[in-house]
Design a protein around this ligand. Structure first.
Ligand SMILES: *Cc1c(COP(=O)(O)O)cnc(C)c1O
Length: 358
């Protein structure tokens, strides 16, 4: 099977499972699971924060961060497409009584600094109190550059706001930027986080762990986060069995994200080459974007439906959503590369697309 639906589908490897089996365990709600403690210590040191907290999901680490930074009636500035705004069930409003202030994105995935500045509300009883800026990196696979991240952190400081990174795929950004300028990905990840008050990082996406996310911040912030995690039902007991997988992921699976990025590029180039000469796909399959490990294509709906069914029959799984552009109906198809997709899976997929005959 070749599963492009998400980088969350990876299976733990034999070596990762061995680390899970061997992990010393305790009750993490009492803070005496040595493996959870080690993961939290290791991650905080890696990214240059005072402390870290392990939680079941990135949705939860984001929600904890929002609730730690904002009180009832406060406001968080987010992007229209940010996961925190669009893909987390409205949790900040429902559970945190926090008002989201969404901002339209620029083409490069950033929120314009002048738009952020303009969205901050004056101290007036008519308005919610603006407290937090949330930035997502990568976003839809797009890498927000270091200069931009530094500018947001500086702007937050100037405006007296806190700032949080939804870094579910921060390591993909770090690897992409590090490759371009010859640094190691960890140094780059630290630079991306510098000046931010908190960061949420998924272990269960490209890094390949089965479960778990980390929240990083100051000692005082993590103390508050621990209380919120318990309140939200995220206090886990012998969680070291999961933390061991996360620790293994941080120690072994960061640099290899570069392979996933190469595979996404090869897939994009291959699909374009095939579409240019294919009797059914020519003019019907269009590359929208390829950044880090995420590729989007628009495929005319009359071709997309049989193509996706044909690929599914061969064990090639994809996600898609309907898309209307200049009165033409398309499926916007998302192809995500990860640890369980090899170079030969890319070749097999391109071969299958080439042979598609309706
Ligand atoms: C996946 C993801 C999350 C968290 O998702 P969970 O499935 O709850 O771990 C948060 N933000 C972004 C940008 C993501 O892609």
């Amino acid at each position: 099977m070749t599963d492009f639906r998400s980088d969350t589908v990876t299976q733990p490897t034999a070596a990762m499972k061995a680390a899970m089996l061997a992990a010393p365990l305790g009750d993490d709600v009492f803070q005496d699971d040595p493996t959870v403690n080690e993961l939290q210590r290791y991650a905080a040191e890696l990214l240059g924060f005072e402390a870290a907290l392990f939680a079941p999901s990135g949705t939860q680490t984001n929600l904890i961060a929002l609730m730690a930074h904002c009180q009832r009636g406060d406001e968080a500035i987010v992007g229209q497409q940010w996961h925190t705004y669009r893909w987390e069930g409205g949790g900040m409003a429902v559970l945190g009584s926090i008002q989201p202030q969404p901002i339209e994105h620029q083409a490069d995935g950033t929120l314009a600094l002048e738009h952020i500045r303009a969205a901050v509300k004056p101290d007036d009883p008519h308005f919610a109190r603006t407290k937090l800026i949330v930035i997502e990196n990568t976003t839809g696979g797009k890498v927000l550059p270091l200069t931009y991240m530094n500018s947001v952190a500086a702007l937050a400081k100037e405006l007296g706001l806190n700032c949080h990174i939804d870094g579910a795929r921060l390591m993909n950004a770090a690897v992409a930027l590090a490759t371009a300028d010859g640094l190691n990905p960890i140094q780059k990840a630290r630079q991306l986080c510098a000046g931010f008050d908190s960061v949420s990082l998924c272990l269960s996406k490209g890094l390949g762990a089965p479960v778990g996310s980390l929240l990083l911040g100051s000692h005082a912030f993590i103390l508050q986060a621990r209380r919120l995690r318990k309140m939200l039902g995220g206090g886990m007991r012998q969680a070291g069995v999961l933390a061991a997988a996360g620790l293994y992921a941080l120690q072994h699976n960061i640099e290899r994200l570069a392979e996933d990025h190469q595979h996404a590029q090869q897939l994009a180039e291959g699909l374009q080459r095939i579409a240019a000469e294919h009797p059914l796909l020519n003019g019907k399959l269009e590359l929208v974007s390829v950044h880090t490990n995420i590729l989007f294509t628009d495929i005319a709906v009359e071709v997309a439906e049989p193509l996706l069914a044909y690929l599914a029959q061969q064990g090639i799984k994809l996600t898609s959503s309907n898309y209307n552009k200049a009165d033409q109906y398309y499926k916007r198809v998302r192809w995500v590369t990860h640890l369980d997709i090899s170079a030969s899976d890319i070749q097999r997929t391109l071969g299958a697309v080439q042979k598609f005959s309706g």
